[in-house]
Write a protein that binds this ligand. Structure first.
Ligand SMILES: [Zn+2]
Length: 137
């Protein structure tokens, strides 16, 4: 477990730039933690998940390419900002409702997931912060 800013610095990303764009005091309000196995079994191919108290990251990401981890952390920090801005209930309700609405219209899992407004915002903000690095989901 360690602060997200450490992962950002290891990737050559200035934590202050991320904080300025997202939420001035949020960069280290939740720690990075390795995702336990049971959590990864529920995820499928997802590399990280942010909950109100921690950013859970696949252990392979924590020990792998720092640049890749940095990009994932930026994406997840957008979700931290969303949790804080909207509150737990509103964030979760909006997230799930958008996903289920897309599924009920016939979208497959991946398409429905990518259409969730919170995910679109996270991808857009991450691309802006990283200046067009690899797209992170
Ligand atoms: Zn996301």
């Amino acid at each position: 477990m360690y602060p997200p800013s450490a992962a950002l610095r290891a990737a050559g990303i200035d934590p202050q730039v991320v904080a300025d764009l997202l939420d001035p005091d949020h960069a280290d309000v939740v720690p990075l933690r390795p995702a336990p196995r049971w959590m990864r079994l529920l995820w499928g191919d997802v590399g990280a998940m942010t909950l109100p108290w921690a950013i859970y990251v696949h252990p392979d990401l924590l020990t792998g390419d720092p640049g890749r981890l940095g990009a994932v952390v930026v994406h997840e920090l957008v979700h931290v900002a969303q949790w804080r801005r909207q509150g737990v209930v509103r964030f979760l309700a909006g997230y799930l409702a958008a996903y289920l609405r897309a599924r009920s219209r016939g979208s497959d899992h991946r398409t429905a997931y990518e259409a969730i407004p919170a995910e679109q915002e996270a991808r857009t903000a991450t691309a802006r912060i990283l200046g067009g690095g690899p797209e992170v989901r």
